[in-house]
Design a protein around this ligand. Structure first.
Ligand code: PLP
Length: 427
């Protein structure tokens, strides 16, 4: 064995996995079981008391899911990870571990539409309150911080607008106020950007998108960066107060730099319950093996489609950070120099009706609400994903009436360009 640190592509295929010790199966088996037999009564007691690591019940841990968790933790450069049933479940569990009733967190306005709803509406019933940063600059985030602020939440590459956030600048604000920075890395994936290297403390991701990569399985993940000092003060009681059900254990003391991942598992996942199915974990592990190849092609195709649209006379504007004159190009070069991702928006001349005409006439592109599939996808956010938002929120989220969002797939790019051209011709 050489002493080399394995490269990204090697980790994407091997991290967390080994031939099955029981059967020699080379591929990680799908451990499709709800529960696991104890060795004896003492073993059971130590598992339930968190004195030993092992499997009890698939809501909390599962060996197939564990491979997925170790793999994504390795790719993101975190200390541990927790896979759950969806990206939104990951966000819920992270906030559940950080927030007490009455607490606040600061979030970017440029976010996935579902996150805007989750934060602005559903979280209110837990008495957790989002404060939206007015702009994208670190100072806009700092301006919203109060004594009750327990987190800052951004997307590295924001959905749907192709905005690249200043992760290090916002991390500096978070550090100054001793608040964890959570970065949703769904659109960039660790292939394009590793937020923990830029100061993020926690990464969340929808595995449903590029990591799984084939549009066939829902999943989400929380990656613990191992960077945040929970015990510094008493603002995060879930991590610093003795847990009665675990014999007075203090999670931050016992689990050190992976205490956050443990808290999300043994409290959040245990009590809220959004476990991922081992079958979905298996599908996503398989998808991740080709993440680097797919992302390379996704980015290459997206760049060609963006350049083509920019020169098209029915297109008013294109927002893709990969374009040299795009306002986010400098940030893209800094945080994701290998590419600007597969998802971007453009505006059609003719507004709402023209947008509807394009999505109604594409043939290779699928009109649906997803991103990150091998297939090319298109949506008109104003009439679908962002329909619940008011006009101001739509504009703030980059989802105005003329906006179309593409998730450019890995098909032959000439076919994709021809498909968009014939749909634009029908406006
Ligand atoms: C899809 C998505 C989510 C939510 O993930 P689900 O797996 O659909 O729950 C969160 N953030 C971003 C950026 C997304 O694209």
């Amino acid at each position: 064995m050489s002493n080399r640190e394995p490269g990204f592509d090697t980790l994407a295929i091997h991290a967390g996995a080994q031939p099955d010790p029981a059967t020699g199966a080379r591929i990680t088996p799908i451990y499709q079981t709800a529960s696991f037999v104890f060795d004896d009564v003492d073993h059971a007691a130590s598992l339930f008391g968190l004195q030993a690591f092992g499997n009890i019940y698939t809501r909390i841990t599962n060996p197939t899911t564990a491979v997925l968790e170790e793999r994504v933790a390795a790719l993101e450069g975190g200390t541990a990870a927790l896979a759950v049933s969806s990206g939104h479940a990951a966000q819920l569990l992270v906030m559940h571990a950080l927030m007490q009733p009455g607490d606040e967190f600061v979030a970017a306005k440029k976010l996935y539409g579902g996150s805007i709803n989750q934060f602005g509406q559903s979280f209110k019933s837990f008495d957790w309150h989002v404060k939206w940063a007015e702009g994208l600059a670190p100072a806009d985030f700092e301006a919203q911080i109060t004594k009750k602020t327990k987190a800052i939440f951004i997307e590295s590459l924001a959905n749907p607008g192709g905005v690249v956030m200043d992760i290090a600048g916002i991390a500096a604000v978070a550090k100054k106020h001793h608040i964890p920075l959570i970065v949703d890395n769904t659109m960039a994936t660790p292939y394009l950007c590793r937020p923990i290297e830029h100061g993020a403390d926690i990464v969340v991701e929808s595995l449903t998108k590029f990591l799984g990569g084939h549009g066939n399985s829902m999943g989400g993940i929380i990656v613990d960066g191992g960077t945040f000092d929970w015990a510094k003060d008493n603002r995060f009681p879930i991590l610093t107060q003795p847990r009665e059900e675990y014999n007075g254990m203090v999670l931050a003391e016992t689990f050190g730099n992976f205490a956050f991942a443990i808290a999300c598992r043994v409290l959040g996942l245990r009590d809220l319950g959004p476990a991922i199915s081992p079958f979905n974990a298996f599908q996503i592990i398989t998808g991740i093996e080709t993440l680097a190849l797919r992302m390379e092609r996704h980015c290459e195709n997206a760049m060609k489609v963006a350049e083509h649209l920019k020169a098209h006379d029915k297109v008013a504007w294109v927002s893709y950070a990969g374009l040299a004159d795009d306002e986010h190009h400098a940030m893209q070069q800094k945080y994701m120099p290998k590419g600007a991702g597969a998802v971007f928006t453009f505006g059609v001349k003719g507004g709402y009706e023209a947008g509807i005409a394009v999505v109604s006439n594409v043939e290779i592109f699928s009109h649906l609400a997803n991103i990150g599939d091998t297939r090319s996808l298109i949506i008109h956010p104003a009439s679908t994903t962002h329909k619940q938002l008011n006009d101001d929120q739509k504009a703030a989220a980059g989802a105005g009436a003329d906006v179309l969002r593409l998730s450019v797939g890995i098909e032959s790019v000439e076919d994709l360009i021809a498909d968009i051209d014939q749909a634009l011709a029908k406006i």
